[in-house]
Ligand binder design. Structure first.
Ligand SMILES: Nc1ncnc2c1ncn2[C@@H]1O[C@H](COP(=O)(O)OP(=O)(O)OP(=O)(O)O)[C@@H](O)[C@H]1O
Ligand SMILES: [Mg+2]
Length: 362
């Protein structure tokens, strides 16, 4: 086991009487692509700026590569930061922008040229080396900023909303490029984003932040399949959260039997121990894990289609259960059909495997 590249212990940052970063402890391993995910104002940029050395914590410690960073200047840290609004120097060419940090380090001209060429190859911008930033597309500018941040070969690259200026399609392409560059360099990346899909695509692990705290730190799959709280369940993807009471253990190991106002008797999986009978919990089911049938004799629960949204690749249904509760169900449109399979006001039956549903206690 190697020591973590980043080690935070009880890091606190306040601005006046406002606590922006609230007692964070975390280890990040070398070679991770770690995402900080959270709503606006949750403290993501503040944490990144403390890692870069532009802010210092009020208390707690930040170690990078085994060294305490207290009092260490940004320029002397083994990190580099790509800012939320990646400001390129407008009067410099692409090549000059990428080489800026290297020239400031006092590298010889020939050495700078070699390394700039290597970086431009990495981000596939060799052909545009002599252009100025205003002659580039948004995605190309983003790649110049990335090459500039990588040029000094930091051990850790901090990226604050690196793709936020790009439109959806370009953003998705650039996510894959960013992952390729990450693979090619072996640098540890810490990426801030408020886009949960982006975090899911990019990250080895994600820290979900809320009000300056980490609410859960896990792999994308674990966050999606086993959120620990309703906040995380709702923040990552779409989910149905229904109030329920535990009536006892379920029919097999790890399942709880519940009574749920919206559906009646249900069983669902527990991440950990089955809560005691009488415990007030929430039943959490992802919309794509619910089967929908127009056969009114099918097993499951009665519902009616209240509303539907055709999105091309899938259709989102808003259902109403017999007790009047709202439920979201998503179905992939795997076949081209002239008619919608299930229309407004259609009575349907819905069902889900107990293992596909999760019991949440908070
Ligand atoms: N220099 C400062 N002085 C006072 N308050 C600040 C300062 N910097 C940040 N804050 C506050 O700290 C909180 C966290 O800010 P931060 O920039 O870390 O949020 P963020 O998670 O990056 O949000 P966004 O997604 O909008 O970029 C916010 O409420 C912000 O107003
Ligand atoms: Mg920010």
């Amino acid at each position: 086991m190697t020591a973590p590249i980043i080690r935070l212990r009880n890091v606190v940052k306040t601005f006046g009487d406002f606590t922006a970063v609230d007692d964070l402890s975390l280890d990040i391993d070398a070679g991770e692509l770690f995402c900080l995910l959270g709503g606006s104002g949750s403290g993501k940029s503040t944490l990144l700026r403390m890692l870069a050395g532009f802010e210092s914590p009020d208390s707690g410690t930040i170690e990078i590569d085994g060294k305490d960073m207290r009092g260490v200047d940004p320029a002397d840290r083994p990190v580099n930061m790509m800012f939320q609004s990646y400001a390129l120097f407008p009067h410099m060419t692409v090549a000059e922008n990428v080489g800026y940090g290297l020239r400031r380090m006092g590298l010889a001209k020939a050495e700078v040229a070699t390394q700039v060429a290597e970086m431009l190859r990495l981000v596939k911008l060799e052909a545009l080396a002599q252009r100025k930033p205003h002659q580039l597309s948004g995605g190309q500018r983003q790649r110049v900023a990335l090459a500039r941040a990588l040029a000094r070969k930091p051990k850790v690259l901090l990226l604050d909303e690196p793709l936020s200026a790009l439109d959806k399609k370009l953003r998705e392409d650039t996510q894959f490029e960013l992952m390729n560059i990450f693979d090619a360099t072996g640098t540890t990346f810490i990426v801030v984003t408020h886009d949960q899909e982006e975090a899911m695509v990019l990250a080895t692990r994600i820290a979900v932040m809320d009000a300056g705290k980490f609410v859960q730190v896990d792999t994308p799959r674990q966050l999606y399949e086993f959120p620990k709280t309703r906040f995380v369940a709702d923040f990552i993807g779409n989910i149905n959260l229904l109030e329920a009471t535990v009536t006892g253990p379920g029919r097999s190991e790890g399942l709880a039997a519940l009574h749920c106002e919206a559906l009646g008797a249900v069983e669902a999986a527990c991440d950990g121990e089955v809560p005691p009978a009488g415990a007030h919990v929430w039943l959490a089911v992802r919309p794509e894990k619910i089967a929908l049938s127009t056969d009114t004799a099918a097993p499951g629960y009665d519902a009616v289609v209240d509303d539907l949204g055709y999105r091309g690749g899938d259709t989102q249904y808003r259902l109403r259960t017999a007790s009047g509760a709202a439920l979201k169900v998503t179905k992939p449109n795997t076949e081209r059909q002239g008619q919608r399979p299930v229309d407004w006001d259609t009575p349907v039956r819905i069902a889900f495997a107990p293992e596909a549903a999760l019991v949440l206690r908070q």
